[in-house]
Design a protein around this ligand. Sequence first.
Ligand SMILES: Nc1ncnc2c1ncn2[C@@H]1O[C@H](COP(=O)(O)OP(=O)(O)OP(=O)(O)O)[C@@H](O)[C@H]1O
Ligand SMILES: [Mg+2]
Length: 466
Amino acid sequence: MANILIVDDEETFARNAAKFLEKGGHSVRVALTAADGLEACAAFGPDLVVLDYRLPDMDGLMVIGRIRRLDPEVPILMITGHGSIELAVDAMKAGANDLLTKPVALGELRQRIGLLTERQRESSRLRYFEARERDAGQLESLVGDSTVMCELRERIRRIAGIEAREALPPVLIIGETGTGKELVARATHFCSERRDKPFVEVNCAALPANLLESELFGHERGAFTDARERKLGLLEAADGGSLFLDEIGEMDRGLQAKLLKVIEDGRVRRLGAVQERQVNVRIVAATNQDLEDHIRLGLFRADLYFRLRVLQINVPPLRERVGDSLQLARHFLVEFGQRYRKSGLAFTPAAEAALVSHPWPGNVRELRNLVEQAVLFVSGASIGPGDLLLPRSPEARPAELSAPGGAMSADVRGSALERVEREMLVQALAQTGGNVSRAARELGISRDTLRYRMEKYGIGAATTGH
Ligand SMILES: Nc1ncnc2c1ncn2[C@@H]1O[C@H](COP(=O)(O)OP(=O)(O)OP(=O)(O)O)[C@@H](O)[C@H]1O
Ligand SMILES: [Mg+2]
């Protein structure tokens, strides 16, 4: 039950209430003056305070204020001698959570205390979930204890620790598709002093150059035909925090020059504006492309590249993280097991062997999708190699599939899987507005593979609604 502090100078009432509440399982302390009450509050950290408004040594509102300074969260149940509305309003404004008027019925007191402590538990649960959500951007969300991943976390920690009043060096995150660059970008922000400031992300491949420019820099009213209202750019919106430019390799060269200027002097000018504004934003850029190749092809500016890569983070492909594929697979198994209410699932040794030996061209994304599918469609308590949609070489094919009698069930499973696969392709295409490259990336397969499968299942642009 709850630890309760009663602060009331009417000793008989205070002692009776204490006895009554103790019978109900609470543990109670009594203070007869405000000074003693505050001292007890500091020393004993109650779960709830029952506070008399009229105390001999201090004004009720002041006591509330002092308690709040000691503990901003503890519920305060005020007891007043007379039911004045103004007093109630003042008390609530000062930070009381509930109010009872004298004479107080003990049953009523107990009931209010029950409600308040329940509400308090609920809101601390909410805070816990918020904190967990925040943690999702932190280092712990990067699963994997391989040496390369430990080194990666250490590097993120160091880079996140770098601060500057102006011209904070940008961060460049490089890695193959599906390696976790987005998680790394979040971690660089949420591990840094900037964590309470905005983390704004924008995908440079998702918008045509002129739109991206107005997203980043904002515009004044009338800056161009469609600019009916003034709009704050993302660089300004991210002030004090970080701006994550995903797929930076896709940014138009003209915009690259403007970005470089912002990185160097921290000044942005909205489209159509005369004045520049100073911003303090950490630029975090990511790409799965070879920027040096892009430079050779004239697609990427060398000067921006050299500026970006001062703080570079290389995210290793999954095949180079010894031991991680299994650890990640088990992690995702728990995650999806909970999500789809199939907890207690496990991989068979053969499935684990298959997970370890697969080269994972689509990296963690491919692995995650695979485990999700397996969880969705497995019927027993264990996931065997046949439940994993891994491409298998004929000699590695498990005996049960080539054995007579096994072939039939494999066929049935094959067609069910095909329906699922088709559905996943359609969904991915719908979600990306029919963009084959992006859909392929989402699915963790190559664009050619996606095209081939779209053909196989007769999925055309029309199926996706575009
Ligand atoms: N180390 C990891 N631990 C847990 N989950 C991970 C890890 N790495 C990646 N993931 C998950 O894998 C998926 C793909 O990761 P992410 O989107 O960050 O890849 P990416 O490197 O940005 O790929 P792309 O270049 O295609 O955009 C996400 O669902 C992400 O949460
Ligand atoms: Mg990404």
